[in-house]
Design a protein. Structure first.
Length: 99
């Protein structure tokens, strides 16, 4: 996290779970970044990662430039599979610094 912050990168996670469930999960995982609750799936719909038929949000990561453009994204094909942390760090390191 300090390396990301030094590059001007802020990390925010979004969950379609209710606020109480998101708060419990963030506490359980010891997250040091915000976990936003989006039970109406407004954000996940906007990013095209909500599966209304199954009522789940597909795993996805987006790096968004200060001007609002998507600089990088990863979209999961299976809700059980997540990208490796090392791959995320490498992808973010390859992006131009925002500071």
């Amino acid at each position: 996290m300090p390396d990301l912050e030094a590059r001007g990168i802020a990390l925010v996670a979004v969950s379609v779970d209710a606020l109480a469930a998101s708060t419990k999960l963030a506490t359980h995982l010891g997250l040091t970044f915000p976990l936003a609750s989006d039970p109406a799936h407004t954000a996940v719909d906007a990013f095209g990662v909500f599966d209304a038929e199954n009522e789940i949000a597909w795993p996805a990561m987006f790096a968004i430039d200060p001007d609002g453009t998507i600089a990088w994204r990863w979209l999961g094909d299976d809700y059980k599979i997540r990208i490796a942390t090392a791959d995320v760090v490498a992808a973010l390191a390859a992006l131009p610094a925002t500071r």
